[in-house]
Design a protein around this ligand. Structure first.
Ligand code: AMP
Length: 178
């Protein structure tokens, strides 16, 4: 990952957001940098393994990366939204938060059976969100074999958990700790 230190330098860390003890990795500063954002997308596209039909982004920051990756990968964009936001008939998946649960959804007709889906988000931490997204996309008929993140927090184990779910997982940047 040392080759992406130029991009790492564009990510700002904000301590104690949204609650004490969290080091929030703020990617908005990378997005503001024209060359940095373009390089991030080019490197994520280059790391993609084989052709994909759809790039699935997780609300909200995942949408930015999924949308930008779609053109270079010649793929469509599939939105994974918080429950209650999509207008058509949906299928949903629940996942555990520290306190309580959350629910994500896709349109039930967003995927044709067997379509190859690349899952994308800005950051993977515990992997709870991404693993629920994989379950949801597979339930909807998708072939989900790879995921890409700009940032991985490897000590939290999310990327390894996704690998145990059968995915190839790539990220450009890693930060130690929480
Ligand atoms: P998780 O489900 O634990 O893998 O959390 C992933 C989601 O939470 C992603 O959509 C991230 O944008 C966000 N997130 C979790 N931890 C952080 C962090 N330290 N800095 C910035 N975003 C985070």
């Amino acid at each position: 990952m040392a080759e992406n230190d130029d991009l790492k330098a564009l990510i700002r860390t904000i301590l104690d957001f949204p609650k004490p003890g969290i080091q929030f990795r703020d990617i908005t500063t990378l997005l503001l940098d024209a060359q940095g954002f373009a390089s991030a997308i080019a490197r994520m596209a280059a790391a993609t393994r084989g052709p994909v039909d759809l790039v699935a982004g997780i609300e909200a920051r995942g949408f930015i990366f999924a949308a930008a990756l779609a053109a270079p990968l010649n793929a469509g964009v599939l939105l994974i939204r918080k429950d209650g936001k999509l207008p058509g008939a949906t299928i949903a998946e629940d996942y555990a938060l520290e306190y309580g649960t959350d629910r994500i959804a896709v349109h039930e007709d967003a995927l044709a059976p067997g379509q190859r889906v690349l899952l994308v988000d800005d950051l993977i931490a515990t992997g709870g969100t991404a693993r629920a997204a994989v379950r949801l996309l597979r339930k909807a008929g998708g072939l989900v074999e790879q995921a890409q993140f700009l940032v991985d927090l490897p000590d939290l184990g999310g990327a390894d958990a996704l690998r145990a779910d059968g995915l190839a997982v790539d990220s450009l940047i890693g930060f130690p700790g929480h």
